[in-house]
Design a protein around this ligand. Structure first.
Ligand code: HEM
Length: 446
């Protein structure tokens, strides 16, 4: 019988490399220039777009794809994926991102404008092809997946997963359109309005729902939180509706370059916010409800060798839960600030709110989940250096605070805030490098 593919670690290495040397590296460069008032180079605007794209599709996207291609076929008991398909997905996306990002920046420095424009378009099309292959590998099986009665963890992944897969499809189309449009135009930036629509589709359609799907199905084991016996489908429907309204409203606002707030977007923000708060309450971080394992075991759980109080392990993965709790605190802050921006006179800077979600929520979650998931996928029951997990938590927390708060404070000329902001990118790079070292050593040992 054909076996499922082992974890394709090269996808994880590509995510870390593109994040560390691409997205985070470029972010570090941007904030350093902004914080210390250095004259921006001619490619500065393009670098912002490239940074966003590398972070989204390179850092977070490849991580999601690597974990999904390993986990979902097993969870849904489908036929094993073919190695060639997985290789094609990886090569298309990695080669596409690298080509597109490099060509876009070089456009400002080299003379071969036509060739470089074509390279940007070709890179975009390659990325979208990779995404569509990923979509085709997972989508049909996800639709037909019927979990057994009582298999709550398996069943709970489906609602948010379906939202994210549909959004992947839209994102692939927008991304391909952006590349081709860039080739046909004489502009030096991708259409800012459509670039923004693509970014928002990715964040609220693909990224957050995937994070929710994996959180709901794994936290009962990893953190011994409540089992997903609550109405996951209802929360996901509320969220999905909110995301659709939000993205439609945002697209109308941006494409018409309208100054006034679109009411459809406002409804979307409120529905999304309600769904996220509902989700956080149901996940039960405050442990107000009875944990699931009490139903099956006596009160004196694993009497001889009890696991850590609020986790299912003995500390061999480091304090990964700090990263997860912190991620959800940033998520709440993101939601509150987005809603607040609707009601106050001067909305909070979207740059800070966006990074609450991306650096605060998503990156903390990846750092926490990676060290807990990857060893298990490799058949190992520990991470190589638990103390590095604690260190990466301290660094990423510091980096998120220094990346976001100075932007919120109007007088961020204050020396310390400025220095923190200027070095926030470098601090984040150190956190990602620690994850890389830790996973690399774990893989070597396994
Ligand atoms: C400490 C780490 C980071 C630093 C220093 C950083 C810095 C920046 C800067 C300076 C900008 C442009 C101006 C602005 O919006 O303020 C920006 C935009 C952006 N960043 Fe980051 N960022 C970081 C982490 C991340 C992460 C982890 C993600 C995604 C996972 C991300 C995604 C984006 C996106 C999507 C944009 C908008 C790009 C566009 O306008 O096309 N950033 N970032």
């Amino acid at each position: 019988m054909k076996r499922h593919l082992p974890l394709q670690t090269h996808i994880i290495w590509c995510a870390i490399a593109l994040g560390l040397f691409g997205g985070f590296g470029m972010g570090a460069h941007l904030v350093y220039y902004l914080a210390f008032g250095l004259p921006p180079g001619k490619a500065f605007g393009a670098m912002i777009q490239v940074h966003g794209h590398l972070q989204l599709l390179g850092w977070t996207g490849l991580f999601i794809i690597g974990v999904s291609l390993f986990k979902l076929p097993r969870l849904m008991s489908t036929r094993p994926l073919s190695k060639i398909l997985v290789r094609l997905i990886t090569i298309s996306i990695v080669f596409g991102i690298t080509l597109k990002s490099t060509a876009h920046i070089l456009l400002f420095y080299l003379r071969y404008e036509d060739t470089l424009r074509m390279a940007v378009a070709f890179g975009g099309l390659l990325e979208s092809t990779g995404i569509l292959l990923f979509f085709s590998a997972i989508f049909r099986n996800s639709v037909t997946f019927r979990p057994q009665t009582g298999a709550y963890a398996a069943a709970s992944i489906k609602p948010f997963l379906m939202i994210s897969l549909i959004a992947w499809l839209f994102y692939a189309l927008i991304n391909a359109f952006l590349g081709v449009e860039f080739y046909r135009s004489m502009a030096t930036l991708q259409s800012p309005a459509w670039n923004e629509v693509g970014t928002e589709t990715y964040i609220h359609g693909v990224l957050l729902p995937t994070c929710f799907a994996f959180s709901i199905s794994t936290f009962p084991i990893f953190l011994r939180l409540r089992a997903p016996t609550w109405p996951v489908l209802r929360v996901a429907t509320l969220y999905g509706l909110g995301a659709v309204f939000y993205l439609l409203g945002t697209a109308v606002e941006l494409v018409n370059a309208s100054d006034s707030t679109n009411p459809v977007r406002v409804v979307g923000v409120c529905l999304r916010a309600a769904a996220i708060v509902y989700l956080i309450v149901e996940l039960d971080f405050l442990r107000l409800r009875m944990p699931w394992y009490r139903k099956f075991r006596s009160k004196q759980d694993r009497e001889n060798r009890p696991p850590r109080r609020h986790a299912g392990d003995y500390g061999q993965y480091g304090n990964f839960e700090w990263l997860i709790y912190s991620a959800y605190a940033w998520l709440l802050l993101g939601v509150v600030s987005e809603v607040l921006s609707l009601v106050i006179n001067s909305p909070l800077p979207s740059s800070a709110v966006r990074h609450f979600y991306l650096l605060g929520f998503v990156t903390h979650l990846i750092l926490g989940m990676a060290v807990r998931l990857v060893p298990g996928f490799l058949g190992s029951s520990r991470i190589a250096f638990p103390f590095l997990v604690r260190l990466s938590f301290a660094l990423i927390l510091l980096s998120t605070i220094t990346r976001t708060f100075p932007v919120l404070v109007p007088s961020s000329n204050h020396g310390l805030l400025r220095i923190g902001y200027g070095f926030s990118g470098v601090i984040a790079m150190a956190a990602i490098a620690l994850l890389g070292v830790n996973l690399f050593a774990t893989v070597r040992r396994a």
